[in-house]
Design a protein around this ligand. Structure first.
Ligand code: GLU
Length: 504
């Protein structure tokens, strides 16, 4: 039974890179008929941000990424928040200490800082590892008796992992193949602190084991920690049930060099967070895909293809299709460049998939906000006609306003180009035609374009665009006669009369 987890730390809003990690876990779990778990990794209390956990839950819910077990819904392997599991980790640290896989270290922060400086002065980087641990204050260099005396005296300590000297550690990665590192290069990471809290590494491995996780799908930034994690499984004697690893490629800046950051989003005008985020400390507001009007289906589809491809050139895929097609072996090793144009393209495509009814409802909101009422059929007709011109709901009013209010101003450039001094004569003729012929497409078309414009060798573009200026205020919009039929005879005539008065 496949069991995967998304294990964010509640240190702020969830970056879209994190959303993609959650999505890939979800697609894999669903496809394999497995379980998807939400675990909150909040062991580092110094980085805890209030509201972040709720934000993560709300964001994933908005995107349709569902969980079978988790901090918000419970489940048979709970609790799912590491701070609620605190009492459980100590025994595992003790086990490693007893088996010689870990040791106590007493080095004060100042002493570690001094060491770092000393190394820096020699243009070297200090690392607490098998080469340096004997120079430091720990139970290996001081002896266990002295260490116990210090602990009994209440001296603060940490528990560090003890890497064996000079062994090769291989991580089998489903995306990258075998990645091997030598233990001489790896630092003796802190696993447990005397305040009773485990660090990420210990809690993560213990929980993945206890929660019977089968696959760890996470960001590439965790690849350097993976040898330690493999060693922890070995040290605990859990290697036979160790999960399989898949480290996802980075999401890159649009230019392609470096990790996509919040600053890129600010600089280029796109959100890097799924939902708007109000920072509780600074009060700073960061924009979100949801608040910018993106549809969750568009965000999901776009993110799915940032680092994975279905093996064909199909681009539009619903969540169900993604679940069907997802395949870890089609995840790329290389970073995936974020593209705002692509994001907008997906949004436009998914906006077109909304029903006229749904677009009409969005439009009605805009209309009502401006104190205008419109009947349902009318809204739906406008929605059907204008949908293809819209990408974001925020464009609805600007694009459709003339269906609800007559223009009060006329685009100067368009007027200068189209509204010739004789135009009032032609516009008066339009009014006459509307007043006499049946109010339907073919009749108006024939009377205006054939019997008047063509028969008098007039410039069709000039006359029709002037009519558009009169009705819309500028020279953009859908088919002119359909437009007239939609807004109605009397309203069209009123607008043309007003334009004659104002422009001639
Ligand atoms: N808590 C880690 C994070 O915030 C989880 C990494 C992992 O999936 O192992 O990314």
């Amino acid at each position: 039974m496949v069991r995967v987890r998304f294990a964010p730390s509640p240190t702020g809003p969830l970056h879209i890179g994190g959303v993609r990690t959650a999505l890939y876990n979800y697609l894999f779990a669903r496809q394999q008929g497995g379980k998807m778990i939400l675990r909150i990794e909040d062991t580092d209390q110094t980085r805890f941000v209030p509201g972040a956990e709720q934000y993560i839950i709300e964001a994933l819910d908005w995107l349709g990424i569902q969980f079978d077990e988790g901090v918000h819904i419970g489940g048979p392997f709970g609790p799912y928040r590491q701070s609620d599991r605190k009492a459980l980790y100590r025994q595992y640290a003790d086990q490693l200490l007893a088996d010689g896989w870990a040791y106590y270290a007493f080095d004060r922060p100042e002493a570690l800082e001094a060491k770092r400086k000393e190394y820096e002065a020699q243009k070297k980087t200090f690392q607490y590892d098998c080469n340096t641990r004997s120079q430091m204050e720990n139970s290996l260099s001081l002896g266990m008796e002295e260490a116990q005396r210090r602990i009994d005296a209440g001296e603060p300590y940490v528990v560090r992992f003890r890497f064996p000297e000079n062994i090769d550690i291989t991580v089998h990665d489903l995306i990258r193949g075998d990645v091997t590192m030598n233990s001489r290069l790896l630092d003796d990471k802190v696993l447990f602190k005397s305040d009773g809290m485990p660090t990420y590494h210990l809690a993560n491995i213990v929980d993945d084991h206890l929660m019977e996780i089968t696959h760890v799908i996470r960001g590439e930034e965790w690849l350097p920690s993976a040898p330690l994690h493999v060693m922890l499984y070995r040290a605990f004697g859990w290697e036979s049930t160790m999960p399989q690893f898949a480290h996802l490629p980075l999401l890159l800046k649009p230019e392609g060099n470096g990790k996509l950051s919040k600053r890129d989003g600010d600089r280029l005008g796109f959100p890097v967070f799924p939902l708007e985020w109000h920072d509780p400390k600074s009060g700073e507001v960061s924009s979100g895909y949801r608040e910018q009007g993106y549809l969750p289906q568009a965000v999901v589809n776009m993110l799915a293809l940032l680092g994975w491809h279905p093996g064909t050139d199909q681009e539009l895929m619903s969540m169900d299709e993604l679940i069907r097609l997802f395949d870890i072996s089609h995840i790329s090793k290389n970073g995936a460049k974020f593209s705002l144009d692509k994001a907008k393209w997906f949004q436009h495509e998914y906006f077109q998939q909304l029903s006229d009814e749904q677009v009409a409802a969005l439009l009605e909101k805009e209309v009502l906000e401006r104190g205008i009422t419109a009947n349902h059929d009318y809204l739906q007709r406008v929605a059907a006609m204008m949908k293809e011109r819209i990408t974001f709901p925020s464009e609805l009013w600007d694009t459709c306003s003339y269906f609800f209010v007559a223009p009060t101003e006329y685009n100067e450039k368009d007027v200068a180009k189209r509204w010739t001094p004789d135009m009032h004569i032609h516009m008066q003729k339009v009014i006459d035609i509307l007043n006499t012929v049946p109010f339907e497409h073919d009749a108006i078309h024939h009377a205006l374009l054939d019997e008047y414009i063509a028969a008098n060798s007039l410039n069709t573009g000039k006359v029709m665009n002037s009519l558009r200026i009169a009705v819309v205020g500028r020279t953009v919009g859908p088919d002119m006669i359909t437009l007239i039929l939609t807004i109605g005879k009397q309203e069209t005539i009123r607008r043309v009369e007003r334009a004659i008065e104002k422009l001639s």
